[in-house]
Design a protein around this ligand. Structure first.
Ligand SMILES: NC(=O)c1ccc[n+]([C@@H]2O[C@H](COP(=O)([O-])OP(=O)(O)OC[C@H]3O[C@@H](n4cnc5c(N)ncnc54)[C@H](O)[C@@H]3O)[C@@H](O)[C@H]2O)c1
Length: 267
């Protein structure tokens, strides 16, 4: 077996970071060698299976120097991510970034730094394989249906509506169709908002309830039939197959790759 890929997790004490720590420890092709988090109050992170610890620090440069990773997985905050990119690329460390909120300029800088230093960087706003496939399948269906509505359902703590995934889906299927969908208006909306929001002819409905995690249905309709593509996640482990795949692929890449669909060969 080849040598495991040495991984440092940035944002390791966060909700997704903890899952990345667990997933890295479970995969025999990966080796967790260090962790960085602004909340670190000790200098070691206990590993989930009780098989020791790895160095933990608030200071990314000391961890990189100490552990010499092949890949950094980043689920932190945008500003911290960019600081990590600048540091890591110069030290020839590949990057898998799940943190959201980058500007176009940030993405251009990541690409420039990665190319200049001969490393790969994967930035994906959704590492859930099922969500990526849902959008891909909906793009295929989009050409054959005139009407579509999206229902996204999330936990009641979610700050925004509609979800970023619902908006990305609506944009992707409109682009795939090449013209707006038909959005039937009702003559009288007796309760305001009953028909949801509208984006490029796609009706968007947001449900917020305790007990939900993240779910979405894309419902296509044409005479006499409907087609429903549905994706459900039940916990943050849903991102891990995508993250692990990206870690294994990024070491063969140079420059920036945006989105998991490219890694999956869907584009
Ligand atoms: N791409 C995806 O599939 C996906 C999925 C879920 C969340 N996200 C994104 O991932 C990011 C993290 O999400 P989360 O739910 O785990 O958040 P979180 O708040 O639970 O975790 C973020 C962690 O980053 C740490 N952090 C903050 N500032 C830091 C700094 N300057 N240096 C080092 N560490 C720092 C925090 O202490 C915290 O432990 C967010 O941007 C979120 O939108 C992406």
């Amino acid at each position: 077996m080849s040598t495991p890929i040495r991984v440092v997790v940035h944002g390791a004490l966060g909700r997704v970071g903890k899952e990345v720590v667990n997933a890295t420890c479970k995969d025999p092709e990966l080796e967790l060698v260090g962790a960085v988090d602004a909340k670190a109050d000790g200098n070691t992170l206990p590993l989930p299976v009780g098989s020791g610890t790895v160095p933990l620090s608030r200071d990314p440069s000391s961890i990189l120097k100490q552990t010499e990773p092949g890949v950094i997985v980043d689920f932190s905050v945008t500003e911290a991510s960019m600081a990590m990119v600048r540091l890591a690329a110069k030290q020839k460390v590949n990057l898998v970034i799940g943190t959201t909120g980058f500007s176009t300029e940030d993405l251009e800088e990541i690409d420039r730094l990665a190319k200049a230093n001969g490393v790969g960087a994967v930035v994906a706003s959704n590492f859930a394989l099922g969500a990526v496939l849902m959008i891909h399948l909906a793009k295929i269906a989009a050409k054959y249906f005139d009407n579509v509505e999206i229902i996204e359902l999330h936990h009641d703590q979610k700050l925004d509506a509609p979800s970023g995934t619902a908006v990305s889906t609506a944009r992707a299927i409109s682009e795939a169709r090449g013209k707006p969908f038909v959005h039937p208006k009702v003559q009288k909306e007796t309760v305001a908002g009953a028909r949801g929001a509208e984006l490029q002819g796609v009706a968007l409905h947001s449900v917020r309830l305790p007990g939900l995690m993240a779910h979405q249905e894309v419902i296509f309709g044409i005479s006499g039939q409907t087609l429903i593509i549905r994706h459900d996640t039940i916990n943050r482990e849903c991102y891990m197959p995508g993250v692990v795949m990206a870690v294994k692929k990024v070491v063969e890449l140079k420059g920036l790759t945006i989105g998991l669909d490219r890694l999956l060969g869907l584009q």
